[in-house]
Design a protein around this ligand. Structure first.
Ligand code: F6R
Length: 606
């Protein structure tokens, strides 16, 4: 999704802006731009495509100035083109960048056009440049300008505006979209997240919803929604991690698949008490107070929620409802005996999940954020936080964050079960021993690249594929199908194996690849006979299973095996081969594995 950066008070700031934009590349974008301000006025470069195109423009036409804004755009209103790329300039006096959606842009644009403003793009964002221009032209102070503009716009935004007569000042504001202000030595910075700023400063202020700020080289004066000056805490963020690199792998996704043992080990370390026992960040009283859980998430994180439902209901006997965040936020949910909402999000910035969490909070539920980015909005706005420690995930398709989420959730389910008196210390210890063995067993599964390569090669020719799983492996089937379709653009669907006979089995024709997940669990025989039904109708069965369950599917056309594991943890282990299969298929097809078409890493619009 769009990324914003800005600098006030740094000589020749254009390179710094470009560096910061590079740090936001992981969010996904299709065009980019930078504007700087000097005594000669605004100078701007904008380009469609990747940042190296913008970088080449900057070499040819360097931009001078001590203040400036940069932007990576993920198109919403208006196609991908240079004129729709940000920044937008109005009347040669105001430059803006914006992330989010201005919902009332059509009405605003009509009024501004009537007043003589001329628009250069099809974007909703350009109305902001004209609103700021109109407000400055009425002779208002910076604070009044901000109040005026914010009172007119509806929707979500992180925005920044500069005016030509105020070269050392920037107005910034946010509502639902993230924005951080970095305080430096003689210069201030803004960014969509702290990663964009971490090479410049560690002192960061996170604006709250509807806050705005006037940023100068020495200070950031923050105002709340009522335009009253407020003190927002200056947070010291972790030291710069430098630009995350591929570490010798061809793609971030490949690297991140390999990082899963570490991601799980770090997540477990965060859940290990001083005595070496696994626990959660919650007290026994807090756990005992949980009587029903609503899980809120999107995409892959939603499938983590679905897996956790089997664990939490099975072990702790606490009811769980899994909700697609974008649906939940507009529902009138009946909370009944549910006490707690868990918002699951790698980025901690998915707007759908954030808004669903707010909705649950307003309905009286206590909110827990399960997030991978500790400084993210969901982490800051949830009542309690349960962290994953997967490290920065750059590939758009989530891999290590998913298995880290599952790791945290199985620990949570076990602690909840114990607090609720549903399992005894012996069973808890048994499960903990298995969980502690995860990094090593997952390490074996990530070694399967060579085994899976020929299979991936053959899958590149498929037009469609089905993924089947039963019980706790059903969500893994959904996740496998999502990975294949988003990376290789091959149509794929995940189904509960037992549901096939109720309709989807009609899809099966000779040679249709069916990726079948099987574990040595209570439903193994039933799941295997569902696969026989598909096989009998011509499906090509590709079995992904534990060694000891392979014989149950001896009719399969191809088999990928992982080491044996406690059935509880099979979803974690069987996820790895389906990730590798999707990665290698996409690689063979030559798609942009780390940045699949139309997708963004951090989805900060509805
Ligand atoms: C798919 C994928 C997405 C995300 C979804 C939620 O591979 O990565 O489906 O899982 O956009 O993102 P987060 O977890 O950041 O809220």
């Amino acid at each position: 999704m769009c990324g914003i950066v800005g600098v006030v008070g740094l000589q020749d700031c254009a390179d710094t802006l470009l560096d910061s934009l590079k740090r936001l590349e992981y969010r996904g974008y299709d065009s980019s731009g930078i504007v700087t301000q000097s005594e000669d006025g605004f100078a701007m470069n904008r380009s469609v495509g990747k940042l190296n195109a913008l970088s080449a423009m900057m070499q040819e036409a360097p931009l001078a100035g001590r203040s400036g804004l940069g932007h990576t755009r993920w198109a919403t209103h208006g196609g991908v083109s240079e004129r729709n790329a940000h920044p937008h300039i109005a009347g040669n006096k105001v430059a803006i960048v914006h992330n989010g959606i201005i919902e009332n842009h059509a009405a605003l644009r009509e009024n501004l056009c009537k007043a003589g403003h001329e628009f250069a793009s099809e974007t909703d964002s350009e109305v902001l440049a004209h609103l700021f221009l109109a407000a400055f032209e009425r002779g208002l102070s910076a604070r009044e300008v901000a109040e005026d503009v914010l009172s007119r716009i509806e929707g979500t935004f992180a925005l920044a505006a500069m005016h030509i007569d105020h070269p050392d000042m920037m107005i910034v504001a946010r509502n639902a979209s993230p924005l951080a202000i970095g305080l430096g030595d003689g210069a201030c910075y803004i960014g969509s997240d702290a990663v964009a700023l971490s090479h410049l400063t560690r002192s960061v202020i996170y604006l709250k919803d509807r806050d705005f700020a006037i940023v100068t080289p020495d200070t950031a004066q923050v105002f709340d929604a009522a335009a009253v000056p407020v003190n927002r805490e200056v947070v010291i963020v972790a030291a710069s991690q430098g630009l995350v690199d591929k570490g010798g792998y061809r793609h971030f996704m490949e690297k991140e698949i390999h990082e899963q043992p570490d991601a799980i080990a770090h997540t477990l370390a965060a859940m290990t008490g001083p005595d070496g026992t696994l626990s959660t960040p919650f007290s026994r009283d807090e756990l005992q107070g949980i009587d029903g859980i609503v899980m809120l998430a999107a995409g892959t994180s939603y499938y983590a929620a679905m897996v956790a439902r089997y664990w939490i209901e099975g072990l702790a006997r606490v009811p769980v409802s899994c909700e697609i965040a974008s649906e939940y936020r507009y529902r009138k949910p009946v909370t009944g005996s549910f006490t707690t909402a868990i918002a699951i999000s790698q980025s901690g910035e998915s707007l759908d999940t954030l808004m669903a969490m707010h909705h649950a909070g307003e309905a009286g539920l206590k909110t827990i954020g399960l997030v991978n980015v500790p400084e993210s909005t969901i982490a800051r706005e949830a009542n309690l936080v349960m962290p994953t420690r997967a490290g920065p995930e750059i590939g758009v398709a989530s891999t290590k964050a998913f298995t880290a989420q599952l790791t945290a959730l199985i620990c949570f389910a076990t602690s909840l079960a114990e607090a609720k008196g549903q399992i005894d210390a012996r069973r808890r210890d048994e499960i903990h021993t298995q969980i502690k063995g995860l990094p090593s067993i997952i390490g074996k599964a990530v070694g399967l690249f060579d085994n899976i390569r020929p299979l991936a090669h053959s899958l590149t020719k498929a037009n469609s594929a089905l993924y089947l799983g039963r019980d706790v492996l059903f969500p893994v089937a959904m996740e496998g199908a999502l990975k294949l379709k988003e990376l290789s653009y091959i149509h794929a669907e995940g189904f509960a194996s037992g549901e096939m006979k109720h309709g989807p089995i009609a899809l099966i024709e000779e040679g249709l690849p069916v990726i079948a997940l099987l574990a040595a669990d209570e439903v193994m025989d039933k799941a295997a006979s569902n696969l026989q039904e598909a096989k009998a109708r011509g499906a090509r069965i590709i079995l992904v299973t534990e060694e000891r369950a392979a014989s149950a599917g001896d009719f399969a056309d191809e088999v990928i095996t992982v080491p044996n594991v406690d059935p509880l943890l099979a979803p974690l282990l069987l996820t790895v081969p389906v990730q590798i299969l999707a990665y290698l298929t996409a690689f063979e097809k030559g798609t942009d594995v780390d940045r699949p078409r139309n997708l963004a890493k951090s989805v900060t619009v509805e």
